[in-house]
Design a protein around this ligand. Structure first.
Ligand code: ZN
Length: 420
């Protein structure tokens, strides 16, 4: 796969994955196409050597794995969720001549970039269908149906100096003029377009706003990829491609968790039981599980902060990654990243063997540090872990930037890692 082919396909994955549910659906479709067999947690498993499997939880997290004789797994970890604005259960607000949606910020999003965007809506809905069965459907409205207008500078002459954003009052997206709007009808019309007709009653939804601007290349030399949700669908996509390329007898897993942006504590998050439960069932006994964990390595992939050319003072001078200068190994003395010299050494060995560049990131000592699923999974399982990612700008903005060389380099290294 060439760099161009790789990045073109990545753009398509980003555009068709507006929510963790859609990302999980796309991941599972690609696993199916690659010949993986789906397992269900609520059923018994009979694993066959040389085969490849996947498991889904909450429609928003997925684990894929090979099943062979060896138990020294390489595990690639990533997360399916990204910060966004999520509809409240009773979202409709009618006032001042318009209909608005009441929203709740999900995760640590940068709010400013959400103003003046052409927004659409996607997620899942649970409804009562025929025969008294509760069903789930994924929805994506696709076209722009909402926007959050900025307050004009004439009405706030301090806007460029000290405007702040109130999460309760300032960010409600507007969807139409007038008052004629019924949320249930609005959802039912869209569900009909998805082929759902047996709707007795809509009970609940998990719907989020997203930017309809497509992912694309930018820069005079097309050096950059611009998109929503690069954090962390980019890593999901890389992990998935590598997983699909691995033979059934090579010890390899891919774990994509939901809920990372809100601390990972959920039914489908890295702090929950999903990975541990699946891992134990693969191994068959606690003895085999305990041995396997100590033989295996998790490569936790999540984006890193590239040095911002307009804010260089925000970076540690000797550990400030540059865009298109290589995959970033993330290190933190206080274990906000789980990398150790042991896990870093193996990664650098693979990268240098392939002739692929790497960089290291350490946050400034006078600033806080983000985290990833790496330390959480390392703590929960006791698995040796490495935190890596590709350098990006604008993390948690509605539009993030990455480099076209770095994305491909991460793919090449993980591919090499999987085949060592
Ligand atoms: Zn992330």
């Amino acid at each position: 796969m060439t760099k161009q082919e790789f990045n073109d396909a990545l753009l398509g994955f980003l555009d068709t994955s507006p929510t963790p549910f859609h990302a999980t659906r796309n991941i599972t479709q690609m696993l199916e196409n690659a010949g993986f067999t789906r397992l269900y947690e609520e059923l018994s498993w009979e694993l066959e050597e040389g085969k490849r499997y996947y498991v889904v939880r909450n429609s928003s997290s997925v684990i894929a794995f090979t099943y062979g004789k060896r138990r020294d797994y390489v595990v690639i970890g990533a997360h399916t969720d990204s910060p966004n604005l999520k509809l409240k259960p009773n979202p409709v607000v009618k006032e001042h001549g318009v209909v608005k949606f009441a929203v709740e910020p999900y995760g640590g999003l940068l709010l400013n970039p959400w103003f003046d965007r052409d927004l659409s809506l996607a997620g899942r809905v649970h409804y009562l269908g025929s025969k008294n069965v509760i069903k789930e459907v994924l929805l994506d409205f696709e076209k722009p149906i909402a926007f959050i207008p900025s307050l004009a500078i004439h009405l706030d002459d301090k806007a460029n100096k000290d405007r702040t954003i109130n999460k309760q009052t300032d960010i409600a997206p507007i969807i139409q003029t007038g008052e004629e709007f019924d949320f249930q009808v609005f959802l039912k019309e869209r569900m009909a377009k998805e082929g759902v007709e047996d709707i007795e009653e809509i009970y609940a939804h998990e719907l989020s706003l997203y930017d309809t601007q497509k992912a694309r290349y930018i820069g005079v030399k097309n050096d950059f990829l611009a998109s929503a949700r690069l954090d962390n669908l980019l890593s999901c996509y890389v992990g998935l491609l590598v997983m699909c390329s691995v033979a059934g007898d090579a010890p390899f897993m891919f774990v994509a968790n939901d809920s990372e942006e809100v601390g990972s504590e959920s039914v489908a998050g890295a702090a929950g039981s999903f990975f541990e439960s699946v891992y134990k069932r693969i191994c068959g006994s606690y003895e085999e599980f305990a041995k396997s964990v100590r033989l295996s390595t998790l490569v936790s992939c999540d984006n890193a902060h590239a040095i911002h050319p307009n804010f260089p003072q925000k970076h540690e001078p000797s550990h400030a990654p540059k865009i298109n200068e290589g995959v970033v190994v993330k290190i933190n003395a206080n274990q906000r990243y789980a990398s150790s010299s042991k896990t870093v050494a193996r990664f650098l060995n693979v990268a240098s063997g392939l002739g692929v560049k790497t960089q290291s990131f350490v946050t400034r000592s006078d600033m806080g540090c983000g985290s990833t699923i790496g330390p959480i999974t390392a703590t929960r399982l006791g698995i040796d872990t490495l935190d890596v990612g590709i350098p990006t700008w604008g993390m948690h903005s509605i539009r993030e930037i990455a480099g076209v060389d770095d994305t491909y380099d991460l793919y090449r290294i993980l591919l090499g890692y999987a085949h060592t």
